[in-house]
Write a protein that binds this ligand. Structure first.
Ligand code: K1U
Ligand code: ZN
Length: 183
């Protein structure tokens, strides 16, 4: 198993629409195992394949493991689709691809999700609250949508400014430590 690097905003690969998984191969099983290991290590409660540079419709989710004493209950969802939505909930979301930022996002309170597992079996899950929010967040990744695309224009542009400054600072620091650069 391997820890995978998670792409960070504004990587353009995060904006692409992912393709359906045509066949569940050993390569897909290995990717799912690596994504789970990466999600638990980050830590996170979900991870979508495009976040690790694989533009396919595959996500992993475990929304309970962070609670004290809770066991891991990993879900691997191939070609997931939301087939019903109901109610609304506002959740303060974060994202492993959007560093150092959280914001309130309005989502459906309850969703019905249809997918396939790694054995090709059909899966139907009725989810609510955090699990429903997480499914919506992860499925958005498959369509190239980040939670910052669902907040106000003002909040988003403030975050984009902050992120640009952060990246500039990181580049300057890297240059200071690069012996080939004579500042
Ligand atoms: O997709 C991702 O980037 C993962 C993201 C999922 C998510 C978070 C919040 C609402 C909806 C979906 C994360 O897991 S961010 C980290 C996080 O939420 C968390 C980390 C440790 C403990 C508890 C939560
Ligand atoms: Zn995310």
């Amino acid at each position: 198993m391997a820890l995978l690097p998670v792409l960070q905003f504004p990587d353009p690969r995060l904006k692409a629409k992912s393709a359906p998984v045509r066949e569940i191969t050993d390569e897909i099983r290995q990717l799912a195992a690596d994504m789970l290991e990466t999600m638990y290590d980050e830590p996170g409660i979900g991870l979508a394949a495009p976040q690790v540079g694989a533009p396919i419709r595959l996500v992993v989710v475990d929304t309970e493991w962070t609670e004290e004493g809770a066991e891991k209950n990993p879900l691997v969802l191939v070609n997931p689709e939301i087939v019903e939505r109901d109610g609304s909930i506002t959740w303060n979301e974060g994202c492993l691809s959007v560093p150092d930022y959280q914001a309130d996002v309005e989502r459906a309170y309850r969703v019905k999700l249809r997918a396939t597992d790694l054995d090709g079996n059909a899966v139907l899950i009725d989810a609510e609250e955090l699990q429903a929010v997480c499914f919506q967040h992860e499925l958005d990744h498959l369509d190239g949508i980040l939670f910052i695309d669902r907040i106000s224009r003002l909040k988003r542009s403030l975050y984009v400014q902050k992120r640009r400054k952060q990246l500039r600072r990181e580049a300057e620091e890297a240059a200071e430590h690069d012996p080939r650069v004579d500042l």
